[in-house]
Design a protein around this ligand. Structure first.
Ligand SMILES: Cc1cc2nc3c(=O)[nH]c(=O)nc-3n(C[C@H](O)[C@H](O)[C@H](O)COP(=O)(O)OP(=O)(O)OC[C@H]3O[C@@H](n4cnc5c(N)ncnc54)[C@H](O)[C@@H]3O)c2cc1C
Length: 295
């Protein structure tokens, strides 16, 4: 099947890209599963104009909008991708082949997991991977930040502005000295041990550490960074940055002609507002590119 534009990813970035590309009157394949978006199952409370919104509601409304404007959905994963003569060739998990003059990569990131008992069971019940997203829910409550890099230090500092008590747990912190100092000055208590188990039945109640101690807490924020779907970018000819993000210019174009990227896959901040803004730019740019490239 041949399309002008193929959008890979059904999160806020990909959906917005598909909406803008299809409104520009080019044919659009929208590939991916909304259920696998980072926004699925979340409550978004910092997106312009919508107050508190369910991520699932935003995703299903966005998908319906994209379809209304003519995008053809393929709720499937891309299993192989390559740059072909005059465009790109994608292979989907059910064997369908999709060719496109332009591709928008909107594949997001996947948060690095800690890998301890209780983490999966209590996700969304006090376990979070995004302090900047969920800090407001911890006003006057206790929070533990987990991680050794600068992003954990920044999260610990941020959390002190909301939580009644913030612990920062990691053995062998490698964050920048300045970031560590700022977190400590803000009042985060540093604990040099590794988490071994997250405790709680219906909600997080504590975290058990490698030295045998237990910290009582209402929330555990795992800030270990993320992996992006950079492999697909490489298959399409774009070399990811050292942090696995995909570099784009102001028009969301990558170094590969016809390949555009938007949203979390292009770097921080990992936020719906940024994903949507870039999705608009990438979708518009990809449609323009496809029109100029011709059939
Ligand atoms: C717990 C949590 C809470 C959050 N809270 C907030 C908040 O309050 N406010 C806020 O602004 N942000 C929040 N975020 C972040 C927000 O969800 C992300 O920034 C946003 O979803 C990024 O959009 P995206 O489209 O770039 O990527 P995603 O939404 O992650 O979408 C990526 C898409 O790519 C698809 N994909 C990946 N690989 C393939 C492949 N090979 N083939 C086909 N499809 C593929 C996935 O299936 C998915 O559809 C939160 C995130 C989490 C995890």
């Amino acid at each position: 099947m041949r399309f002008d534009v193929a959008v890979i990813g059904c999160g806020p970035a990909g959906l917005q890209a598909a909406i803008h590309a299809s409104r520009a009157k080019v044919s659009v394949a929208l590939i991916g599963k909304t259920a696998n978006s980072a926004a699925a199952g979340t409550d978004i409370e910092n997106y312009f104009g919508v107050g508190e919104a369910s991520g699932d509601d935003l995703l299903s409304a966005g998908l319906a909008q994209a379809e209304t404007f003519g995008a053809e959905p393929f709720p499937l994963n891309v299993t192989a991708a390559s740059a072909a003569d005059g465009g790109f060739a994608l292979e989907l998990e059910d064997g369908t082949s999709v060719e496109a003059s332009a591709v928008v990569l909107a594949t997001g990131v996947s948060r690095v997991k800690l890998g301890v008992p209780g983490e999966k069971e209590l996700f969304g019940k006090g376990v979070s991977y995004c302090a900047s997203c969920d800090c407001n829910f911890y006003k006057g409550r206790r929070a533990v930040i987990v991680g050794g890099e600068t992003e954990a230090a920044v999260s610990a500092e941020l959390m002190t502005r909301y939580a009644s008590k913030t612990y920062w747990v990691w053995d062998g912190v490698r964050a920048s000295e300045a970031a560590v100092r700022r977190a400590a000055d803000a009042g985060a208590e540093m604990v040099a041990a590794m988490p071994v188990r997250i405790l709680g039945d219906d909600r997080v109640t504590g975290i058990e550490l490698s030295d045998g101690t237990v910290i009582e807490t209402d929330g555990v924020f795992i800030e270990l960074g993320a992996r992006s779907s950079a492999d697909l970018a490489m298959d399409l000819g774009a070399m990811p940055e050292m942090d696995d993000s995909v570099k784009v210019d102001a028009s969301c174009a990558t170094e590969v002609p016809g390949l555009f990227a938007c949203g979390d896959v292009t770097g921080r901040p990992w936020q719906v507002a940024r994903a949507v803004g870039q999705g608009c730019v990438a979708g518009t740019s990809a449609a323009r590119y496809a029109k100029e490239a011709g059939p």
